[in-house]
Design a protein around this ligand. Structure first.
Ligand SMILES: NC(=O)c1ccc[n+]([C@@H]2O[C@H](COP(=O)([O-])OP(=O)(O)OC[C@H]3O[C@@H](n4cnc5c(N)ncnc54)[C@H](O)[C@@H]3O)[C@@H](O)[C@H]2O)c1
Length: 340
């Protein structure tokens, strides 16, 4: 999802793009996670786009490709992206997220070390430590009681000694290695610790892509399962366009070994039951749901990103797509896809 949005954005700026993917998402999630439709969309609609079918776990293949193309910038968004899936396939998860990232980093260090390397990390590197922040229960959501977090979670929050899930731990390994290649080899790397990244082209499935999946459930009249926390768990959502705009800002003025919490921030935060109301107001369809009294392991009760570091380093960047617009675009996209 994010990779394709970044391709579209940079192609629109006139860049030549090489997209690397092997549709592993269909292996991880089955036919519902298949991304070939999106690959075809890029190949048929983007000028200067070339698809390369390559597995990032293939170390020699990655080294040979980077040596050949020596890209001016690398945006690394390939991953096994789900907590729950990782527990079932821990080797594939670690080999993709940690080792695959390392393969790319080393290839870049050998053949184009000056090229900015942007890595999509995740806020799951903080594990369940955000759940130790004192909370208040409001009518439709949890929120931080501790005023230190009034603007959200900042990048200096601890990543240590908490439960991450197998996925979170493999992403920590990648995040630290990306930082290390920056600090140790003086390379322009950055980790973007994403919250909920979303957009109209997300193939959301139950285990990954909550907003896209929730909206699809609404439109199809399917039941959405809430896991614990009374449905008041809070996530901040950032539209993929604003993600791409930040990546562009970093590539144009790169820094060494940076880390940013990339999310929609407090203004784009929403709880599950608030999301039901918002989608119902757009589609006119009542949301069906059921409640499971047990939360997902390591799931955040309340998480929204403090965007102040990003804004301080890149003042021309800011959120341009608010929550309602993002919902409307996802509704429109699913309506079109479900009809097709
Ligand atoms: N979407 C979110 O809400 C979110 C939030 C935080 C972080 N992130 C991170 O952003 C990145 C992208 O997320 P996304 O939502 O676009 O996920 P996605 O599953 O839509 O995209 C990942 C892509 O990587 C490809 N891939 C997986 N394994 C591969 C391999 N071994 N070789 C080549 N390609 C492979 C998949 O086929 C898929 O197209 C991930 O690192 C994820 O952890 C996403």
């Amino acid at each position: 999802m994010i990779g394709s949005e970044v391709c579209v954005y940079f192609a629109q700026q006139g860049h030549q793009i090489i997209g690397l993917d092997n549709n592993q998402r269909a292996v991880f999630f089955g036919p519902q996670g298949d991304t070939r439709w999106n690959q075809k969309r890029l190949e048929t609609t983007l000028k200067g786009y070339q698809h390369i079918e390559l597995d990032i776990r293939d170390r020699n293949g990655v080294l040979a490709l980077i040596e050949k193309i020596k890209p001016d910038a690398i945006v690394h968004t390939a991953a096994q992206p789900s907590h729950d899936r990782a527990a079932a396939i821990p080797f594939e998860d670690f080999d993709t997220n940690a080792v695959g990232t390392h393969n790319l980093l080393e290839a870049v260090r050998r053949y184009c070390p000056e090229s900015p390397f942007v890595h999509m990390s995740t806020n799951k590197v903080y594990g369940d430590a955000p759940n130790s922040i004192a909370l208040i229960e409001k009518e439709t959501r949890w929120d931080y009681a501790d005023l230190q977090y009034a603007e959200g979670i900042a990048e200096n929050f601890t990543i240590d000694q908490s439960k991450h899930s197998i996925f979170g731990a493999s992403k920590v390994a990648a995040d630290i290695m990306v930082q290390e290649y920056g600090r140790y080899f003086n390379m322009p790397t950055c980790c973007l610790r994403g919250g909920c990244l979303t957009g109209p082209n997300h193939s959301g499935v139950e285990l990954h892509g909550f907003l896209s999946y929730l909206i699809r459930c609404n439109l199809e009249g399917k039941e959405y399962k809430i896991y614990g926390y009374k449905g008041k768990q809070v996530r901040d959502n950032i539209h993929s366009l604003d993600v791409a705009r930040f990546i562009e800002a970093f590539i144009n003025a790169p820094r060494i070994a940076e880390v940013y919490n990339l999310g929609g921030g407090k203004n784009n935060s929403v709880s599950i039951i608030e999301a039901f109301k918002l989608v119902e107001s757009i589609s006119g369809i009542p949301q069906k749901f059921s409640y499971v009294n047990e939360n997902r392991i390591g799931d955040h009760i309340c998480y929204y990103s403090d965007l102040r570091k990003m804004q301080a380093h890149y003042p021309s960047w800011g959120i341009t797509k608010d929550l309602k617009t993002t919902f409307e675009e996802i509704v429109e996209s699913w309506e079109a896809r479900l009809k097709a």
